[in-house]
Design a protein around this ligand. Structure first.
Ligand code: CMC
Length: 391
């Protein structure tokens, strides 16, 4: 391989130093800034976790109030977004809309910022965390043909988002605290995961000095794929296709057959060779949320049987394939009436906290260099051009 180490898919290469998130994939450990994900899931809230990821420490009451104030006061979109969103086809996938809208944010909020100034960088991060839910809700409402709704600043982050999604002129939205809590928890669990494909993409784009909106738009694009954030949407489609617990074993058999091209979505992980600690929390939460909302969803039975069948199958045991974060998250989102196409958008809202934190960390890294991987060339040797009639 000549002068370079070949590492397809970066299975053994660290691309940066980072103090944000720690994963021990063999033991199933996940820490944000040193705090176990289980403790954050139990005691914290998404906005506090976003502060922690961005700043390195949990906020005291004053710091939190000031952060919440900043986020709340940047939730509105520029009015011109309305005509922008109106240009999409009525049936556009919301992730396509999100990539486009985020990329366009630079045209609204970029020129006045000087990214050499840490305060201006922080402000860009706040804008992204604040506006993502507003943009996401606008995508959904546009697909439904509903008038867009404005953020209500008297509400908390998650409640405000749910209002923007579902409120109708016919009357106030009755928001279940169980739903808001469940969504907040999913946002905490999805907030960061060190150098996953989308975060690495954000850093690679960030390494060129591109503006933060362009960086996060590239992260959203990377997240969209079914091997990454698109898996939560793919899981629900898979469960719907399986359709009945009696078909579970044949789905497991098909996933073992490489010829079939079918994988169990929501199973396996590049880093975790043990239970994904997020999946454990979500599994418990799924039962609780469905119970409290009085929902009896056959998808949950199919998912549980599928997990059980896979976990005792040699193929999955030998390869250390366990359910990952996306296996159960879709079932909760479905219970919260979030349409399937919006699942990956939910992931993007939460992961924005992580992407922004990595971008901020990178901009302050004294070893910061443009990302420029090398390759192993496998093409033709040098040869002479031939005129068309000689080929
Ligand atoms: N179903 C069946 N077989 C699988 C699966 C699966 N879900 N995942 C991995 N394998 C097999 C794979 O065929 C390979 O077998 P062999 O060694 O015989 O060739 C072995 O397990 C190792 O898999 P790999 O593809 O080399 O592992 P990877 O680290 O490159 O891929 C992954 C990790 C997550 C892309 C993969 O497990 C996968 O495609 N899972 C399904 C999609 C999914 O749930 N993605 C969400 C990931 S977690 C959240 C996120 O990042 O957004």
């Amino acid at each position: 391989t000549g002068r370079f180490t070949y590492d397809s898919g970066f299975t053994a290469t660290a691309s940066c130093k980072s103090a944000i998130t720690y994963i021990d994939g063999d033991e199933g450990v996940l820490l944000y800034r040193g705090y176990p994900i289980e403790q954050l899931a139990e005691h914290s809230n998404f906005l506090e976790v976003a502060y922690l990821l961005m700043n390195g420490e949990l906020p005291d009451a004053k710091q939190f109030a000031s952060f919440e104030h900043d986020v709340t006061h940047h939730t509105m979109m520029h009015e011109a977004f309305k005509s922008f969103i109106g240009g999409f086809r009525h049936d556009a996938h919301p992730m396509a809309m999100l990539v486009g809208m985020l990329g366009s944010m630079a045209s609204f909020y970029h020129n006045d910022l000087d990214y050499d100034d840490p305060e201006q960088r922080r402000l860009a991060g706040i804008r992204l965390i604040a506006k993502l839910p507003t943009i996401a809700a606008a995508c959904y409402r546009y697909s439904m043909g509903w008038p867009l709704s404005y953020p209500r600043n008297e509400l908390g982050y998650v409640e405000r988002f749910l209002h923007m999604m579902f409120e109708l002129p016919s009357g106030p939205l009755e928001l279940s605290p169980v739903a808001a809590k469940a969504m907040d928890l999913l946002f905490i669990l999805h907030a960061d995961h060190e150098q996953n494909a989308s975060t690495s993409t954000v850093r690679l784009v960030g390494s060129t000095g591109a503006n933060p909106y362009a960086c996060i738009a590239s992260g959203v694009a990377a997240l969209w794929g079914p091997a990454h954030g698109g898996a939560n949407e793919a899981v629900l489609k898979m469960l719907a296709e399986i359709g009945d617990v009696k078909n579970v074993q044949s789905a497991v058999d098909r996933a073992k057959d490489k010829e079939s091209g079918f994988r169990l979505m929501g199973f396996g992980h590049r880093v975790y060779k043990n239970f994904d600690p997020r999946a454990k929390i979500i599994r418990e939460m799924t039962h609780k949320v469905l119970g409290e909302l009085g929902i009896d969803d056959p998808m949950l039975d199919i998912a549980m049987r599928l997990e059980e069948a896979a976990l005792k199958d040699d193929y999955f045991v030998q390869r250390k394939l366990y359910p990952n974060v996306d296996f159960y998250s879709g079932i909760i989102y479905k219970a919260l009436k979030i349409p399937t196409e919006m699942f990956t958008v939910m992931f993007a809202i939460a992961r924005t906290a992580g992407w922004v934190s990595h971008w901020l960390e990178q901009q302050e890294d004294p070893e910061f260099k443009i990302g420029r991987p090398r390759q192993i060339y496998t093409g033709a040797e040098s040869r002479d051009y031939m005129a068309t009639d000689k080929r």
